[in-house]
Design a protein around this ligand. Structure first.
Ligand code: HEM
Length: 234
């Protein structure tokens, strides 16, 4: 690791930052739940999905400096103009932060596919689907189709600033219908709080070896290797 030699900066892997700072805090919660002997699966899901969203949002912000600057400006303005006691109100009013997280979830949905089973014989397009067929709905693909998204591979939070011009089937990082995510609100507020704190205190820059990380499909979407980010206090 010869590149970690700067006195002014510390270089962490974004993955490690997540594991060390956030999971440690959540582990305390996890242990409490474990004492009750329940909901382990739920918390495991929470760590993995929110962790994935954290990693990919960090990747995007570290890669796109102008977007990071714009987000920092919004965060500082809203935090400074809202009484300390009302952080919730400040975070909820951060429109650009909301768009950044949505755009990260569009390009890098932590749960890239969901599974369903056909309960009747059916037809979808040209395909006959017999009852009992397992269907994988690949959200990550729908989120990148040119048919629905202009310049789909470009990280552009502004697409969510405009009036809503997509439907819920086109953008569904939390799934749809009766099995959709029950943790959506918790997940979003967690990620927003984390980035509000981080961008107001630090600048993130992607290191060259991490610029072209690829998607690795496990149950939860992860990068194919560690992402290295230079973090400097501001
Ligand atoms: C960014 C974070 C998260 C993402 C992207 C996400 C995504 C999803 C998706 C796509 C589904 C739907 C699966 C399907 O339709 O078959 C789902 C279901 C679920 N999620 Fe999340 N999730 C996140 C965070 C959380 C958190 C924090 C919790 C718990 C506190 C949670 C609990 C659940 C549960 C229990 C289900 C199953 C619901 C059911 O089958 O009735 N998720 N999630």
């Amino acid at each position: 690791m010869s590149h970690i030699n700067s006195l002014d900066y510390e270089i962490f892997s974004a993955v490690r930052l997540w594991e060390e700072s956030i999971v440690r805090k959540l582990t305390i919660v996890k242990l409490k739940f474990l004492e009750n002997g329940k909901v382990l699966d739920l918390l495991d899901l929470l760590l993995k999905t929110v962790g994935s969203c954290f990693i990919w949002t960090m990747f995007c912000l570290a890669k796109y400096q102008l977007i990071q600057d714009r987000l920092r400006k919004e965060v500082k303005e809203k935090i400074n103009s809202t009484p300390k006691s009302n952080t919730w109100e400040a975070i909820s009013s951060m429109k650009f932060l909301d768009c950044v997280i949505k755009e990260s979830l569009r390009l890098y949905p932590p749960a890239p596919a969901v599974e369903r089973e056909s309960i009747v014989d059916d037809v979808i397009g040209d395909y006959y689907i017999p009852k009992g067929t397992k269907l994988f709905l690949c959200l990550a693909v729908t989120h990148r189709l040119e048919k629905f998204w202009k310049d789909p591979l470009t990280f552009n939070p502004d697409r969510f600033m405009e009036e809503k011009n997509y439907d819920n089937f086109t953008f569904s990082p939390f799934g749809l219908g009766s099995s959709s995510c029950i943790g959506k609100k918790l997940a979003l507020i967690e990620v927003k709080v984390i980035f509000t704190i981080l961008v107001s205190a630090f600048r993130f820059e992607i290191l060259p070896e991490s610029e072209d990380v690829k998607l690795a499909r496990y149950t939860v979407l992860q990068p194919d290797r560690d992402i290295f980010v230079k973090i400097s206090p501001i």
